[in-house]
Ligand binder design. Structure first.
Ligand code: EPU
Length: 445
């Protein structure tokens, strides 16, 4: 594991260009299983998760060539329909090959998915929905594999019991080649899902949003190749906006998608953050005065995204008064709290009163670990100081980097590989903005 060695205190100033969105790239890659023709992908982010997924696809028989941030995928020879355990368990998204493999090759064997540890993270909603389409899927707890078979996937109406972002996408990737029409009700509305719809339609699919939280997919018999450019990563944009505010600097973001960031920009400005629209795709982020406390509840679209709450917590350590964050999407996304406390943050867990938790929370209520709280209270402002801290998941990694940038002294942030899953060369880009950050291998510590 590599370590980020960071000396805090510098204001971050300058320009940065966003990379392609991780949570679009991964699904677009999987779409290559649906056609024999080449898929040309532009603006590919060079992330550890992308490379892991390319390994999964290669193991199935999809070849690729990579030239800078442009990728060409070609699936002429899929022979293997089993995702190898080691690489499959590395990222949760590998389970999404189940839909296209069943739709096109009638069989698939996928390991129980891994990925960031944000709680139990089952895929029961994906599996049930594929069963509704006629697939038979069994889980074998002896080898940890799902065994799927489907002579034919048939269009039907599927109602997801709760929101599921990748579940909706798995079904899009399956239903696009199914026989007949599939209607997804209570489907996810995240903009990343719309991007996958756009790609599948560019490949010859017939998919449209037919109502609020409803998607209609008219199955087609064949898809063709396409050229597609991945949208900039809005999670990166939020990270840089908060980096500017937390360090009292000013960062100009190129490739900005502030049009799909209202749920962030509203609390950001209420808390004292400033954004200036330089042009349609350029936004400058800074702060005016001292940050003000806020109460945040994470939800699926159109709410404040769960991916933003961890870096937001660092921002709130600098606000005068008490702020709260209530995480409702994942049952375990506070791995950073103990580490922030080592740096001098005042954070306590608390249990918000919720009338019907089984319905209210996005995760399956029975998956929670007893005694674990879903909300934190942050009391500020705290003078953050240096510490030795450990990263446990991707967004927690970005969070601890931000905290170290705001803290006094030299911090050691262990576990850089978690950050590589979702941010391309984060240390180089932050250093160009004036951060004192370097990456050190274990052997040189
Ligand atoms: N869930 C189930 N069963 C299912 C599906 C989901 O219990 O079959 C639970 C999950 O455990 C979670 C909640 O329902 O508690 C929501 O899960 P969802 O399926 O919506 O999330 P996801 O698809 O696993 C994607 C992103 C996440 C992002 C969330 C929310 C990708 C690859 N991942 O996860 O991104 O936080 O949607 O928008 O698209 C990240 O980038 O760091 C990240 C974790």
């Amino acid at each position: 594991m590599d370590t980020f060695v960071i000396t805090g205190g510098n204001k971050l100033l300058g320009d940065v260009t966003l990379g392609g969105a991780k949570n679009v790239a991964l699904k677009v890659l999987i779409a290559s299983l649906l056609t024999d023709e080449p898929l040309h992908i532009q603006n590919l982010p060079l992330l550890a998760d992308v490379f892991s997924l390319l390994e999964v696809l290669k193991s199935l028989g999809v070849t690729h060539t990579l030239d800078g941030h442009t990728l060409t995928l070609r699936n002429e020879h899929v022979q293997n329909l089993t995702v190898p355990l080691e690489v499959g368990a590395r990222l949760r998204t590998s389970s999404m090959v189940l839909g296209p493999l069943l739709a096109r090759y009638h069989e698939a064997k996928i390991p129980n998915p891994g990925g960031c540890r944000l709680g139990a993270r089952p895929i029961d909603r994906h599996i049930e929905a594929l069963r509704d389409m006629g697939a038979s899927i069994e889980y074998n707890s002896d080898d940890g594999y799902f065994y799927g078979k489907a002579e034919k996937l048939r269009g039907t109406t599927i109602t997801f019991p709760k929101n599921t972002h990748t579940g909706t996408e798995t079904l899009l990737l399956a239903a696009v080649l199914a026989e007949g029409t599939t209607v997804l009700k209570n489907a996810a509305e995240e903009v990343e899902v719309d991007e996958l719809i756009a790609l599948l339609n560019a490949m010859g699919g017939a998919i449209h949003r037919s109502g609020p939280r409803e998607i209609t997919i008219v199955g087609v018999s064949k898809l063709h190749g396409a050229t597609y450019s991945i949208m900039p990563d809005r999670n990166e944009e939020v990270t840089f906006a908060l980096a500017a505010a937390i360090t009292g600097g000013r960062i100009v973001v190129h490739g900005s998608r502030r049009d799909v960031l209202q749920a962030f920009l509203e609390p950001f400005t209420s808390a004292g953050g400033v954004y200036e629209a330089v042009d349609d795709t350029t936004t400058a982020y800074s702060i005016k005065g001292d940050p003000k406390p806020t109460d945040i509840v994470t939800t699926a679209h159109p709410g404040f995204m769960t991916d933003w709450q961890a870096p937001w917590a660092v921002f709130m350590t600098q606000a005068k008064g008490t702020s709260t964050i209530h995480e409702t999407v994942f049952e375990s996304r506070f791995s950073y709290v103990g580490e922030l406390k080592k740096m001098g943050a005042h954070i306590n867990f608390f249990a918000p009163e919720v009338k019907n938790p089984k319905e209210f929370y996005n995760f399956n209520w029975n998956d929670r670990v007893e005694g674990h709280h879903q909300a934190i209270q942050i009391t500020g402002p705290s003078k953050l100081h240096n510490a030795v801290v450990d990263i446990h998941d991707l967004r927690a990694g970005a969070t601890l980097i931000l905290a170290a940038l705001a803290a006094s002294g030299e911090s050691y942030v262990h576990g850089a590989e978690h950050v590589d899953r979702g941010y391309e060369q984060i240390e180089t880009r932050l250093a160009l903005l004036g951060a004192n950050i370097r990456r050190v291998g274990q052997e040189n510590l």
